[in-house]
Write a new protein. Structure first.
Length: 127
């Protein structure tokens, strides 16, 4: 269940990249890679979780959901803000593209919450 949610989000992320590239084309700008310190820290934290928890444990699954939701919440904040910028720029075409990603990120967050609350957290607490 959790592995399936993560696999789906990897595919979603590929679509997000394509959509962001489309936004840059609409803006007639060239995308440039920029490392995000906040996201890098979230990923580093997830890697620590993997090394510090038992393989195939519900405790690890619960911790990975926590780390993934931190990343989702950061992305939700980012795309939400960019969507508002597009509105103020009077670019409904760009706002629509960013809103698609934002809605997808929100759905992913809800899915992770449901997996945690309906399944993983209880089993992790019993370990």
């Amino acid at each position: 269940m959790l592995a399936g949610a993560f696999s789906k989000h990897i595919k979603d992320t590929e679509w997000h990249i394509q959509t962001v590239e489309k936004v840059f084309r609409l803006l007639e700008e060239e995308p440039k890679e920029k490392k995000c310190d906040a996201m890098r820290s979230i990923i580093k934290e997830a890697e620590k979780i993997i090394h510090k928890t038992e393989t195939d444990s519900y405790t690890r699954d619960a911790a990975l959901i926590l780390a993934a939701q931190k990343a989702e919440h950061y992305e939700i904040a980012t795309y939400g803000t960019l969507r508002i910028f597009a509105t103020h720029m009077q670019r409904p075409d760009i706002r629509t593209e960013l809103e698609k990603i934002l809605d997808n990120e929100k759905r992913t967050d809800v899915t992770l919450t449901q997996i945690a609350e309906n399944y993983i957290n209880e089993l992790a607490a019993e370990e």
